[in-house]
Design a protein around this ligand. Structure first.
Ligand code: AMP
Ligand code: MN
Ligand code: MN
Ligand code: MN
Length: 279
């Protein structure tokens, strides 16, 4: 078990808990060092940091930025950012515009497929950072899908009727923005992208050459062989390692914070950069 969790979501993106409620869960799971990393928004960071300080938990300001590399959508976690830096504010504004436009296009595509797309969107139209997860939850609530997983598989994943391709800002621009705002870039869940082994090696080389620091090695629900694979990738690419549950809903057992395996000892933990010397 580890006391570090550097990948967490609140209801400022597609998590179910407010930053305060999330901190309360982290405190019961003995988390000592963590980062809120909502998709393309820093709106929850102040509340999260305040609640965590109150609970005696150390935090880093973070964000999970959607980005494009050679036509594929990737997620880059930025840790230790200056949330008010202009370059970051612009990076966020561009992405939230894309998210809002995409949500409208998704609603139309879902409507055309005979699903309650517009009705789903109405349920979260006031949200500042709409995600596909919001659609998935709304489709379940409206009885159009049995579970979140089926909503994604049947309607929202690439190739399905509700999917809208988004041209997120490039990895190059993303890493440059992260560097300029003082952040440390971590490639999130590196095994979750549809890439060949060769493409993955090229990606990691590009990522490192452009200032990337680490990859996530231990993620929520990762099997032992996946941790071993990611460990090999980090060591071969000369990248540090991070870990995080990617928790959106702590009531789901595989996402529960504080349940992560220890990072293999051959790796350099990225959190050492921030002075946290625990595991
Ligand atoms: P977006 O950034 O709006 O395209 O939404 C991506 C988010 O959808 C991810 O961060 C996950 O939280 C969620 N997601 C993607 N695929 C699935 C799935 N099969 N089941 C549950 N959540 C998923
Ligand atoms: Mn998510
Ligand atoms: Mn992600
Ligand atoms: Mn995430």
């Amino acid at each position: 078990m580890s006391a570090v969790d550097l990948h967490l979501h609140s209801d400022h993106s597609d998590g179910v808990l407010s930053p305060d409620a999330l901190v309360a869960v982290l405190a019961t799971h003995a988390i000592e060092f963590c980062a809120l990393t909502d998709h393309d928004t820093v709106a929850g960071l102040d509340a999260f940091a305040q609640a965590a300080a109150h609970a005696g938990i150390a935090t880093l300001p973070g964000i999970e930025l959607s980005t494009d590399w050679r036509g594929k959508t990737l997620h880059v976690i930025a840790l230790g950012i200056d949330p008010s830096a202009q370059v970051l504010t612009e990076a966020i504004r561009d992405r939230l515009t894309l998210r809002t436009q995409r949500a409208q296009q998704m609603a139309i595509k879902l409507d055309r497929a005979g699903l309650p797309g517009t009705a789903a969107l109405q349920r979260f139209s006031q949200h500042g950072a709409p995600t596909r997860t919001h659609f998935a939850r709304a489709l379940v609530e409206l009885g159009a899908a049995a579970t979140l997983d089926t909503a994604f598989k049947r309607w929202l994943s690439q190739g399905q009727p509700g999917y809208v391709k988004t041209e997120w800002p490039s990895l190059t621009d993303t890493l440059s923005a992260i560097t300029l705002c003082g952040g440390t870039a971590v490639l999130a869940h590196p095994l979750r992208y549809r890439l060949s082994a060769g493409q993955r090696r090229t990606l990691l080389a590009d990522f490192k050459a452009q200032g990337g620091a680490a990859i996530e090695v231990v993620t929520g629900g990762a099997a032992t062989h996946q941790i071993e694979t990611a460990t090999g990738l980090a060591l071969r690419a000369g990248l540090e390692a991070s870990q995080g549950s990617d928790c959106h809903d702590p009531s789901l057992p595989w996402q529960r914070p504080g349940r992560l395996a220890k990072l293999p000892s051959a790796l350099v933990p990225v959190w050492h950069r921030f002075g946290f010397k625990g595991d």
